[in-house]
Design a protein around this ligand. Structure first.
Ligand code: F6P
Length: 466
C-alpha cells in the first residue's frame, strides 16, 4: 500500500472490533464514541482501519477481506462465523470482560469455551491483518475485545510500534484476579510498546496489578512496566469528542428541527434528558429510581418536568442485556402508571437511536442532562451534552462521580448514581440553579470539552507511541 502523501507521519493502522463502514451494523453513531473518534484520527493520516464488519459470514467465506476507501479512510473488514460471534463477542468480550471490568462480578460468566473463542478470533485478526501492515506503519489496537492481539502480531514477526488503548475501566486487582488465567491475559499486554487508559485511576489499578501479581518492575512516575527484559509504557489519555465537528452540527436543519420538536412537545415543562446504549453499566434503572424519589418528595413539581430517556438496544443476544431492558420497561411503566395525567406523562422512554445531529438538537432543548453510569471508562455523552448547550442559557449536567469524565467535568453536579436521594437532590439543585451559576459551571466545562478533544487525545497517544 502507498505511503500517505499528506504528511511526514508514518501511516496509521487502527485495529478494533467495530469499524465505521457505512454498511457495518452498529457503525459510527449513537452506539458509542469510539467509532467517531477513530475516524477523525485516521482521516488526518490516510490510515487503514481493520476490524469486524458486524456481519456473520456465510460458511466458507470467513477469510474474505472487504476493502473500501471512503472520506480519506481505507477500511478492511472481515465477517465472523456464528460460533466466533457467540464465543468471542457475546461470550468472552461481553459476558466476561465487560461485566468484570465494570465491577459486575455478579454478571460475569467464566467459560472455558468462550475464552478459547476469544483467543481464536484474536489469532484470526492477527493472521488477516498482519499482511496488510507495512514495516513503518504505526499500529494502534483498541479495546477489550483485542487485548492479546499485540502479542499475536509479534508472534508473526511484526517489529512495528504497536499501542493499545482501553476504552473501558480497568478493575481493582482484588476483582480482576477473579478472572481465570488473568496473568496470561495481562502478560500479553506487555508486548505493546504503549498501553493507554482513560484515567489515572484505571492506570493505577493496572500498575498495581503488574507490581503485585506479576512482580513486574513498575515506575509510577514515568508510567512504565518492565518484565522479562521488556518495557511497556502505561499512561492515562482521557478521550474527548471531535469538538469542531460536533459543535457545527447545531447549525444543521436536522439539529434545529430536533430541538424544535422537543421544545414544542414539552411546551412549558423543563426537559431532562438521558442518552445511553441500553447497558447495565449506564445506571438507567437507578436513574429512574432517583427521578421517582424526586417525584415522591416534590409531587407538586411533576408538572414542571419531563424526562426523556433515549436508550438504543445493544448486545441483544446477551442475557443480561435482555434483563436490563425488561427492568427498565417495568420501572418506567410503574412511574408513568402512578404519576401520569390524561395530558401529561412524566417519563418518555425511547428504545431507538438517533443521528448525532438530532441528538445535538435534543441536548440543546434539554435544561438538564442526566449522565449517571455506575461505572464508565469516560462517557462522551456527558461531553456532547455540554458542547450542545447555548452559552447564554446553558443547561445543567448531572454526572456520576464514577464516570471517567467526572475527573475533567468537576463543575457538573456530581452524584453517587447508586443513591436515589442523591439523584433527587441533584435534580432539585439543577432546577433551582440561577443563570449566573449555570453559566459559570458551563464555561469551565466547555473549555475542557473544547481543548481536551479527540484530536488532542490522538496526538498525545501517537506522540508517546511514536
Ligand atoms: O466503549 C466501549 C464499546 O465497546 C466501544 O468499543 C463500542 O463502540 C461501544 O462500546 C458499543 O458497543 P458494541 O460495539 O458492542 O455495540
Amino acid at each position: 500500500m502507498e505511503r500517505s502523501p499528506l504528511t511526514d507521519n508514518p501511516r496509521l493502522v487502527v485495529i478494533s472490533n467495530r469499524v465505521a463502514v457505512p454498511k457495518a451494523r452498529g457503525a459510527a453513531g449513537a452506539q458509542g464514541g469510539l467509532a467517531g473518534a477513530l475516524h477523525a484520527a485516521l482521516k488526518d493520516r490516510e490510515g487503514l482501519w481493520f476490524g469486524w464488519s458486524g456481519e456473520e459470514s456465510e460458511s466458507g467465506r470467513t477469510g474474505n477481506i472487504d476493502t473500501q476507501t471512503n472520506d480519506g479512510v481505507t477500511t478492511a473488514t472481515i465477517d465472523l462465523s456464528q460460533r466466533d460471534i457467540e464465543e468471542y463477542y457475546n461470550g468472552y468480550a461481553n459476558s466476561t470482560l465487560w461485566p468484570l471490568f465494570h465491577d459486575r462480578l455478579d454478571l460475569a460468566k467464566f467459560e472455558r469455551e468462550t475464552a478459547k473463542g476469544y483467543e481464536r478470533v484474536n489469532e484470526r485478526f492477527a493472521e488477516l491483518a498482519a499482511p496488510l501492515i507495512e514495516d513503518d506503519d504505526v499500529v494502534w489496537v483498541h479495546d477489550y475485545h483485542l487485548i492479546p492481539l499485540g502479542e499475536r502480531l509479534r508472534s508473526r514477526g511484526l517489529k512495528n510500534r504497536i499501542g493499545f488503548f482501553l476504552h473501558i475501566p480497568w478493575p481493582a486487582t482484588r476483582l480482576f484476579v477473579s478472572l481465570p488465567y488473568h496473568e496470561r491475559l495481562v502478560r500479553t499486554m506487555l508486548h505493546y510498546d504503549l498501553v493507554g487508559f482513560q484515567t489515572r485511576e484505571w492506570l493505577d489499578s493496572f500498575l498495581h496489578y503488574c507490581r503485585t501479581e506479576l512482580g513486574a518492575q513498575v515506575d509510577e512516575e514515568n508510567g512504565s512496566v518492565t518484565l522479562d527484559g521488556r518495557t511497556t509504557l502505561a499512561r492515562a489519555y482521557p478521550i474527548g469528542i471531535d469538538w469542531d465537528h460536533f459543535s457545527k452540527l447545531g447549525e444543521t436543519g436536522e439539529a434545529r428541527n430536533a430541538q424544535q420538536r422537543m421544545m414544542a412537545s414539552t411546551r412549558r415543562r423543563i426537559s431532562m434528558i438521558g442518552v445511553d446504549r441500553l447497558d447495565y453499566s449506564k445506571g438507567i434503572p437507578e436513574r429512574i429510581d432517583g427521578i421517582g424519589r424526586f417525584f415522591d418528595r416534590e409531587p407538586e413539581r411533576i408538572r414542571d418536568l419531563v424526562f426523556v430517556q433515549i436508550a438504543p438496544p445493544s448486545r441483544e443476544d446477551v442475557q443480561s442485556y435482555q434483563e436490563i431492558r425488561e427492568t427498565l420497561e417495568q420501572k418506567c411503566g410503574q412511574i408513568n402508571g402512578a404519576r401520569s395525567e390524561v395530558d401529561m406523562v412524566p417519563i418518555r422512554y425511547v428504545n431507538r437511536g438517533y443521528s448525532h445531529e438530532e441528538l445535538f438538537g435534543f441536548f440543546r432543548a434539554s435544561k438538564i442532562g442526566l449522565v449517571t453510569p455506575l461505572r464508565d471508562g469516560m462517557n462522551l455523552v456527558a461531553k456532547e451534552y455540554v458542547a450542545a448547550q447555548d452559552p447564554e442559557d446553558p443547561g445543567v449536567l448531572i454526572l456520576s462521580s464514577f464516570a471517567g469524565a467526572a475527573l475533567q467535568l468537576q463543575d457538573a453536579v456530581l452524584v453517587n448514581p447508586h443513591s436515589p436521594d442523591d439523584i433527587a437532590h441533584a435534580i432539585r439543585k439543577a432546577l433551582d440553579m440561577p443563570l449566573d451559576e449555570r453559566k459559570a459551571r458551563y464555561e469551565k466545562m466547555v473549555a475542557s470539552v473544547r481543548d481536551d478533544n479527540v484530536q488532542a487525545w490522538t496526538a498525545d497517544f501517537l506522540r508517546d507511541l511514536g
